[in-house]
Design a protein around this ligand. Structure first.
Ligand code: NIG
Ligand code: FE
Length: 411
């Protein structure tokens, strides 16, 4: 049933007749209606109001929220959910004290994931990723971006992107695809990085564009990985085919990735664990979104992203999971929201906006999802009854998600 009305909503969260990218102080404004109803028509949001104004139409389907909150589903704008194998051995090695270099020497890291993916069939990769995606939907994620980047050969990057294409065709939620051939230098290019950059630009990008497999272009702009200059060349090559940049920037070092992203008009620069004043001010003066990935910082035991500095400078902030086997083996956006409040001192209202409306902007899906707005998809989270909005991040680790609706249908 994709048409009906939800009654007895304790809190209807993020209702907006008009919306825009939320920058700086605006991020804290979360419009909420207590004791509400919400009408869905043909899988889209139609109208809402306070409970004492509800008129149920003849033969209309009625759902009872029983005092739970309704939120727009989470918009996870940065994931790597197509992978062949988990990497818990590295996790244990790190607990025992092995360094990043030590793990790389044992054949770990991104290249480990690439080897495993190269020897896994497209079908098996699809089945594993589809399983993960369904789990994420049940946790409230109803729009997602997925990256390639564990292929690292022309054939295997195409294979990964075809898996993402199949996820797009299969999943009931919006899916965006990002080409991340510039994730790490393969072993055989260890002493000739330029040759791999050349392969990305002259072979991978045209082949991907021919099959229209990618919406966005990404590069891991980081010391020991791709320089700001290489990132710029790769992104410009993608942009010639209409792929806008979304860049891994400033995770481990001041890589220049933020400035490069802003210069290119990137949709987003993501990670941002390592920021200085010039990077923050450059981002604040732009329309590029800073996407923070707190569970990656948590899992790698790094300092969290300076969310307060970014917000007070006037930046637009989104939150995403970075779900991947190496640095964030969780795609639970409820945890991302809680962690951003607990560890980065984001207000509950800021965190919810960053994980819904601004996350939608970070995938150019703001006209489809991210807020309770007439005409947007009825992609919604119904929570168990909660005393307040702040209770959502406060009660971290408790699953408050009772049900998830996608295009007007409960999963
Ligand atoms: O976003 N930073 C680069 N890439 C991933 C992690 C990759 C991996 O270890 O597999 C990230 O954190
Ligand atoms: Fe990532």
């Amino acid at each position: 049933m994709t048409t009906g009305v939800i009654k007895n909503i304790g809190w209807l969260v993020n209702i907006r007749e008009q919306y825009s990218l939320l920058k700086g102080a605006a991020l804290a404004g979360l419009p909420v209606l207590a004791n509400a109803w919400l009408r869905i028509r043909e899988g889209r949001i139609l109208e809402w109001g306070p409970m004492n104004t509800l008129l149920v139409h003849d033969n209309e389907q009625v759902w009872d929220a029983q005092g739970g909150a309704i939120l727009p589903g989470w918009c996870d704008s940065h994931t790597h959910i197509v992978f062949a194998a988990t990497r818990e051995e590295e996790f244990v090695d790190k607990i025992k004290g092995l360094s990043y270099a030590g793990i790389a020497a044992k054949g770990g890291g991104i290249l480990n994931s690439a080897r495993r993916l190269q020897s896994t069939s497209e079908n098996d990769l699809f089945n594993m990723a589809w399983e993960r995606l369904q789990q994420l939907m049940h946790l409230g994620t109803t729009a997602i971006e997925i990256k390639s980047g564990y292929g690292l050969t022309v054939a295997d990057e195409l294979k990964m992107l075809r898996v993402i294409r199949r996820l797009k065709d299969t999943a009931p939620i919006p899916v965006k695809a990002t080409f991340l051939g510039a994730h790490a230098f393969p072993e055989e290019y260890r002493s000739n990085h330029e040759a791999y950059v050349g392969l990305i630009i002259s072979e991978m990008i045209p082949a991907i564009a021919k099959e229209q497999l990618a919406d966005y272009i990404d590069a891991f702009c980081e010391e020991g990985f791709f320089s700001a200059e290489q990132t710029e060349r790769i992104c410009r090559a993608g942009m010639q085919y209409g792929m806008l940049p979304k860049i891994h920037a400033n995770q481990l070092h001041l890589s220049g990735g933020v400035q490069t992203g802003v210069k290119l008009g990137a949709i987003s620069v993501d990670h941002l664990e390592t920021m200085d004043r010039p990077a923050i001010e450059t981002l604040a003066a732009s329309d590029t979104i800073g996407t923070l990935l707190p569970t990656a910082a948590f899992f790698l035991r790094m300092a969290f992203q300076p969310a307060r500095d970014l917000i007070s400078a006037g930046c637009a902030i989104a939150l995403a999971s970075d779900y991947n086997p190496g640095s964030s083996p969780s795609g639970n956006m409820n945890l991302v929201v809680a962690m951003s409040c607990i560890q980065m001192k984001m207000l509950p209202e800021e965190a919810i906006n960053a994980a819904t409306l601004n996350g939608a902007y970070a995938m150019q899906l703001q006209n489809e999802t991210g807020s309770i707005t007439a005409g947007k998809l009825a992609n919604l989270i119904l929570t168990h009854p909660i005393p307040s909005i702040a209770y959502i991040p406060y009660s971290f680790g408790t699953n408050l998600v009772k049900k998830v609706m996608v295009r007007g249908t409960w999963l």
